[in-house]
Every structure is written in structure tokens, then in C-alpha cells.
Design a protein around this ligand. Structure first.
Ligand SMILES: *[C@@H]1O[C@H](CO)[C@@H](O)[C@H](O)[C@H]1NC(C)=O
Ligand SMILES: *[C@@H]1O[C@H](CO)[C@@H](O)[C@H](O)[C@H]1NC(C)=O
Ligand SMILES: *[C@@H]1O[C@H](CO)[C@@H](O)[C@H](O)[C@H]1NC(C)=O
Length: 243
């Protein structure tokens, strides 16, 4: 275990939209830098590291991205932060990271989702924030094959969601961003906490198909945030205003 994978500093939580038939957890791996095989309804631990884009690459070579678990990156000694999550596989979940005391732009402004050691998977770095803009809404796809995590990637929705909303700016035709100056603690009034919608795809170790991905695609036409009845009002009410 990388020494920096210690209690998280970032305020983060998993919010569940709908609990499926509750089966018990069989996955005994609780730390992100280890390998495991999952079945539906298991808990699955993974991390999201925040740092500068370059710090996720070996020797800053942009063709050599390593897992944040890899000691060669020396993320612990760079300016970085870590959030750990343990959602249930194939459950529709939203991860939230409270930014009231954690400004992603102070930690390089990019994030990478990761899990595994020998079978290490990591997402490409996603832009979160700089001093001008912050992107607060993401969809992360976790792709499994026979229960083994194969791939993590950010699903982009284009800028469809920002159309006509004066608070949002479309960045590079892929991200809806809010001006950092509109955020609480930065001179504005918007709670710029991050919301990360999870989608599971592929198969579990019994070759059962994970299909929360399909459901998320179908739900996208509605405000996903509306599904999370137990989500802090501070986040939902403002998104209802926007969408
Ligand atoms: C980056 O890594 C690739 C693959 O190992 C290598 O071919 C390339 O020369 C490296 N680039 C630099 C600038 O070191
Ligand atoms: C912040 O990021 C946006 C989008 O990539 C870019 O256009 C802008 O110049 C950046 N601002 C700063 C201060 O780096
Ligand atoms: C973030 O934390 C602040 C301070 O504790 C709280 O007022 C706010 O409601 C939280 N935001 C979310 C989305 O939970």
C-alpha cells in the first residue's frame, strides 16, 4: 500500500439512488491498490487522486501514464489529495466531494480514478478546476470483465447540459463549467461540490451482466440529481434551478 493512501482528507461520500435487492458483500479487499474480483452487489473500493496533469505521468512523459498506486509517480510528495470510495457494484450511485474547504485548483486541478495493483486500471486525467473555471459534474464508467476491473473512463456528454444556463460555460466543447468566482468561499454563492455519477459495465465473476450503465444512459434525460433523495439539499436544490 502506498504510504499516502491513508485516511482521506477530502470530504467525500457515496449517495445511493435506489438500493437493489440487498445481497451481502463478498469482496474482502478494502484498499484501492490491490486486486480483486467482484460479483454484483459487492462493495468495490477505488480511489480518486487530485493533482496536476503532469504528475500522473512517468517523468512527465505524456505517453506513460501510471496508476497513482505506482511508487514511481511519487504522488505523495507532490501536491496531491486523495478520496476513497466504496460503492456497491451495479448500484446507481453518485459520489460527492465537498469543496467547501477543498479547492481542486489548489491541488493541480486534475483527477484520476484508479484501482488495482497487478491489474492496475486508471482513468485518463480529467480537468476539474483552475482559478477561472470548475467542472462539477462527471460520469465515471467502471468496466469489469469476469469480475476484474479492466478500465475506468470519464463519459463525456458534450455541453448539452449547459445550453442556455447563464451560470455555465462550455469548455473545449466537452465540459460544462462554472466560473470559480461564482462558488461559495470564492466570492460567490454556488456550492461547487463535485458530483460523480457512477456507471458499471461488463460482467461480474459469474459472468452476470452489469447494467447500471444502461440505466444511467436512459436516466440522463432526467435530472440525475433528482434521484438522490438523501443527497444534501444544498446540492440538489441548486441543480434543480439550473436544469
Ligand atoms: C515517452 O515514452 C515513449 C514510450 O516509452 C518513448 O518512445 C518516448 O521517446 C518518450 N518521450 C520522451 C520525450 O521521453
Ligand atoms: C482554465 O482552463 C480553461 C479551459 O481549459 C482555459 O481556457 C483557461 O485559460 C484556464 N485559465 C487559467 C487561469 O489557467
Ligand atoms: C459542504 O460542506 C459545507 C460545510 O460543512 C455545508 O454547508 C454544505 O452543505 C456541504 N455541501 C454538500 C453538497 O454536502
Amino acid at each position: 500500500m502506498a504510504p499516502w493512501l491513508m485516511p482521506m482528507v477530502v470530504l467525500a461520500q457515496v449517495v445511493v439512488a435506489a438500493t437493489l435487492a440487498s445481497a451481502s458483500n463478498t469482496n474482502k479487499v478494502y484498499q484501492p491498490c490491490a486486486d480483486t474480483k467482484i460479483q454484483r452487489s459487492d462493495g468495490f473500493t477505488f480511489g480518486i487522486a487530485f493533482s496536476s496533469k503532469n504528475s500522473f505521468f512517468y517523468n512527465q512523459n505524456l505517453s506513460l501514464q501510471l496508476s497513482p498506486c505506482d511508487k514511481r509517480l511519487s504522488l505523495p510528495s507532490s501536491n496531491s489529495q486523495l478520496a476513497l470510495f466504496r460503492p456497491k457494484v451495479d448500484e446507481i450511485s453518485l459520489l460527492t466531494i465537498n469543496t467547501s474547504s477543498f479547492f481542486p485548483d489548489s491541488y493541480g486541478g486534475y483527477m484520476v480514478a484508479f484501482a488495482g495493483r497487478k491489474y492496475a486500471a486508471r482513468s485518463p486525467p480529467a480537468f476539474v478546476a483552475n482559478s477561472t473555471f470548475i467542472v462539477t459534474s462527471f460520469t465515471l464508467v467502471l468496466e469489469f470483465q469476469k469480475g476484474r476491473l479492466q478500465n475506468l473512463y470519464w463519459k463525456r456528454d458534450g455541453c448539452a447540459a449547459c445550453g442556455g444556463k447563464s451560470n455555465f460555460v462550455c469548455l473545449n466543447k466537452v465540459d460544462c463549467a462554472i466560473r470559480t468566482s461564482s462558488c461559495k468561499g470564492r466570492g460567490g454563492s454556488v456550492d461547487c461540490s463535485l458530483g460523480i455519477q457512477l456507471a458499471f459495465s461488463g460482467t461480474d465473476k459469474h459472468l452476470r451482466v452489469l447494467n447500471s450503465w444502461y440505466e444511467v444512459e436512459n436516466l440522463r434525460q432526467y435530472s440525475l440529481y433528482g434521484l438522490y433523495s438523501n443527497l444534501r439539499d444544498s446540492l440538489t436544490s441548486q441543480y434543480n434551478k439550473f436544469f
